[in-house]
Structure formats: C-alpha cells, structure tokens
Design a protein around this ligand. Structure first.
Ligand code: UDX
Length: 481
C-alpha cells in the first residue's frame, strides 16, 4: 500500500487507538488504521497469537496483510500486546473486534463482547470512544453502555468521584459507544478497508459522530450516520440480503437445469438491470464461511425474539443447506456408485483468496464422500494445513496432494469446490492425461463448458447442464443503429 494513495490523518492530539481482538477483522482494521497514520495497539489475550503477530506472522492468509504487518511493526505504529487492561487504559478510541460465535440455537454468543465491556469499565481513566466492529444484534450498544457503567463501580454517569477512596470521577466515567460494523470480505480485507463501498457510523452523540467521521474522512468514501441500533441492524440486513441473493440464484439454477437454460446467462441478463446488480448471483454449491451462515441465523433469532416472522430467511438457509445434496446427486449421476472411486478435490477454502475453512461447503461434501467410501485426493492453494486439523492425514480415504495435477492422478472424477484462479488456468490436456476417467464436476461454474468438453472431458456444472451446447457465456449483440 503506497503512502501516496492513502491520505494521512492528522494525529496532533497524539491519540492512541486500541483494537481488541486480532482476528480476521481486528488485524486488518488495526493495520489499516496504522497505515492511516494512527498509533495503534492491537490487544489480544491469546499470548501465542500475539507472539506470532509480533514476529511478523499474521497467522491467517490475507493478501497484502503480511506486508502491512511488517511495515507497521517496523514503523512502530502498530504494537501487538496481550495486556488487554493496559491497552484499554492507554487508548482514547477502542475498537471491539472480538468473536461473536453462535450458540446451538443460532443466537449470537456475546460473552466475549461482554467481557470486553467489563475490562473497559474497570479501566476507564478518561474519555473513551468505544466502537463495536464485531457483528452484533441490535441493542448490543445499550448493553455495552450498561455493563461499562456497572463495572465502573456501578456509578451512573455524572456522579462525582471520591479522590480519597480512588473511586472514579465524573470525567472517568465519560465515554461514548458507537457501532461501526465491518463489511470486510475475507481475501479482500485490506482492499476493502481502504476502499469500502460505504462506512456506517452508528452514534448516539455529536461527539462520537465527529470523532468517527473525522477518522474515516481521509478515505473519501460515503459515510452513513445513524443511531447505534440502526447501524447494528444494517450489518445483519446486508449479510442476510446477500445470502438471499445467493439462495435465490441457486433456485433459479435448479430451474435452469429443468428447462434447458443457462444460469450464467440468466445472471448476466438480470444483473445488468442496475436495480438488481450482477454481484452475489453466482450459482453453485452455496455459501459458507464464518459470517453468512452465523449472521443469518443470528438475524433469524433476533426477529423471532421480537415476534417478527422472517420466514423468508429460514428458507434462504434451507436452500443453502440443500446445495450439498444437489451436488452429491450430480456426482452420483456422473459416476454411478462412489464406493472405492478415486476423486480429486480442487478447493477446500470457503472461497478463493483465503485459507479459511470455517463452515466451508467443501468440508460437508468431503464428509459425505468419505461416508460413501470414496478415496479423496485433496488440494487447495492455501487451506491444506488448516484442513488437516479437521481431517488429519491419517484419515482413511484422504490423501493430501501437492498440486491440482497431483490431485488429478488416477482420479475417476475431479470435483471443483472453490473457484481459485489457478484452477481456471489449468493445462486441461495434462489433467486429462493424468486422470483415469476424465470427468469434471464443477460446483462453482469456473470452467468454460465448451473448452472443457473440447479437451475431452465429460463436464457437469451448476445450472447450465440443460443447455449442453451453450458456451456458458452470453454474446452481447451490438445494438442496431
Ligand atoms: C461476508 C460479507 O461479504 C462481508 O461484507 C462481511 O463483512 C463478512 O461476510 P466473506 O464471508 O468474507 O464476507 O465472504 P463473501 O465474499 O461474502 O462470500 C461468502 C460465501 O458466499 C462464500 O462461500 C462464497 O463462495 C459464497 N458466494 C458468494 C456464492 O456462493 N455466490 C456468490 O455469488 C457470492
């Protein structure tokens, strides 16, 4: 990231920002703020994680992150620490980026957020702006406020302190809460930090509005200012809407197969309508990852809690869950029986550009294929090591491979589960020679059907097998004069 492209912020106040939680959101946020010129402390109570980050290892793969980490460890603008309490005391602005996993009932588990509020409450030593970045249900900001007051001696705001007993003064209890939800996509987190479509600032005071809008104005992107509850809802609504688009196009894809249409052409045909837009309309094996499945369930739960019947979202989830069965059925249709068959698996990460396999559809597919008795040859450009924590190399039926070509060796089919760019550019003739039976089942519509069939493969994809002659592309006709 060149310094020329990012306007530097004035830090004449010498304010320090503390980012709590150094995961997929916290680390890119901390380093993005450092790049903007702030003095940033990144705090995490996981000493091992902090040690690795301090040594220059960002722990997870994210394009551009490693470079930013090295740069700002060297510049001294980013300081990873495990002493969370001290980090809170030093900060004027605190970004909460801790995890909000889901409980078995789908509800968001806010225990880590509450723990942070307690630490902040105990360490308020002057005005602080506390900013929620983690995805949380509406009215979490109100709970944060209440918890901070409670753990600061239970004194309501504005109560005079007692210097003799050391209890906090009114100034000590002076703080604001803001909700600034994060829309960073994994694999594009650094790019998204500097070039977001919009920045949502949920604030309940003029002071918080000014601090946050000043902080983000150097990015020159649209800033939507709301109250905190609205900002919290915007994040859930955005992820729920995007998940809905994916499930919608997946149903259209199934219908395309029945009537002999091509879903990629349908996507183009509807996506060019500016009211619809082309993004998040790629049909396939469905959405995974740490955010969409979890956030959708939390949103459904929030609606239920408030007596709102948001059954549309329940259907979005059901459609997504059925994608695994639909894909497995395609594998059966291509191969008949699966017991003892050797299958090359291309892609393990929940999407390209990351090594993250949380809620990856690939894992569910692998599990079903193992239960069917298939021999699987796995390959992913980034997610091999992490997948071995789920399926150890000793797992019967699993072989980890060194490349896509290695995965193809002796296979009776190749199953494409993540659309990595390197798979698009495979030497198909070489792959063909390596396989025992040249079949590709493409769960992400990565390949051009004409090119793959021309290379001698039997090719099955998603929502475009009804129209076998199709190239998979639409042909834009020049408008007649
Ligand atoms: C998402 C949101 O996009 C981001 O704004 C939020 O902050 C975090 O959650 P992320 O989980 O990184 O980001 O991935 P995203 O790119 O949104 O993809 C999510 C899943 O949907 C992936 O499994 C992807 O393969 C799938 N997907 C996406 C589709 O199946 N079809 C599409 O058209 C787009």
């Amino acid at each position: 990231m060149s310094n020329n492209s990012i306007p530097q912020v004035s830090i004449s106040s010498g304010a320090t920002i503390t980012v709590l939680g150094l995961g997929h959101i916290g680390l890119p946020t901390a380093l993005g703020l450092a790049e903007l010129g702030w003095q940033v402390i990144g705090a995490d109570d996981d000493a091992r994680k902090v040690g690795l980050i301090r040594s220059g290892d960002p722990i997870f793969f994210e394009p551009g992150l490693s470079e930013l980490l090295s740069k700002h460890l060297a510049s001294g603008k980013f300081q990873p620490v495990e002493d969370v309490e001290a980090a809170v005391r030093k900060a004027s602005i605190i970004f909460i980026c801790v995890g909000t996993p889901q409980k078995p009932n789908g509800q968001a588990d806010l225990a880590q957020v509450e723990a942070v509020a307690r630490v902040v409450g105990r360490n308020l030593n002057g005005y602080k702006l506390i900013v929620e970045k983690s995805t949380v249900p509406a009215i979490t900001a109100q709970w944060l406020r209440r918890t901070i007051v409670r753990y600061n001696g239970g004194k309501p705001l504005g109560t005079a302190g007692d210097s003799a007993t050391g209890s906090p003064s009114a100034a000590d209890l002076d703080f604001d809460i803001a909700s600034n939800p994060e829309f960073l996509r994994e694999g594009k987190a650094v790019e998204d930090f500097f070039h977001p479509d919009r920045i949502v600032c949920g604030v309940d005071s003029e002071r918080a509005r000014k601090i946050l809008t000043d902080l983000y104005s150097p990015l020159g992107r649209p800033i939507v200012v709301t109250d905190t509850s609205t900002a919290e809802l915007i994040k859930h609504a955005a992820n729920a809407f995007l998940s809905t688009k994916i499930s919608f196009i997946n149903m259209v894809s199934d219908l395309c197969e029945k009537v002999g249409a091509d879903v990629t052409a349908v996507t183009r045909g509807i996506g060019l309508d500016s009211r619809i837009g082309p993004q998040f309309l790629d049909a396939g094996i469905g959405y995974g990852g740490y955010c969409f499945p979890k956030d959708l369930r939390a949103f459904i739960h929030l609606a239920e809690e408030h007596g709102v019947n948001f059954s549309l979202l329940q259907e979005v989830e059901r459609v997504n869950q059925r994608r695994v069965d639909i894909f497995i059925r395609k594998v059966h249709e291509a191969l008949w029986t699966l017991r003892g068959k050797t299958l090359g698996i291309l892609g393990l990460a929940f999407k390209p550009g990351t090594d993250d396999i949380r809620e990856a559809v690939s894992l569910k597919i692998i599990q079903v294929l193992l239960e069917e008795g298939s021999q699987l040859r796995l390959y992913d450009p980034q997610a091999m090591a992490i997948t071995q924590t789920v399926f150890p190399p000793s797992t019967a039926g699993i072989t980890y491979c060194s490349s896509a070509y290695d995965a193809a060796k002796g296979a009776q089919a190749l199953l494409l589960l993540t659309e990595w760019e390197e798979f698009r550019n495979l030497d198909l003739a070489r792959v063909h020679d390596l396989m025992e039976v040249p079949i590709i089942v493409d769960g992400r519509n990565l390949f051009n059907p004409v090119a793959v069939r021309k290379a001698g493969f039997e090719y099955v994809s998603m929502g475009r097998d009804g129209s076998r002659a199709s190239s998979g592309r639409t042909h834009a006709l020049k408008p007649t004069a």
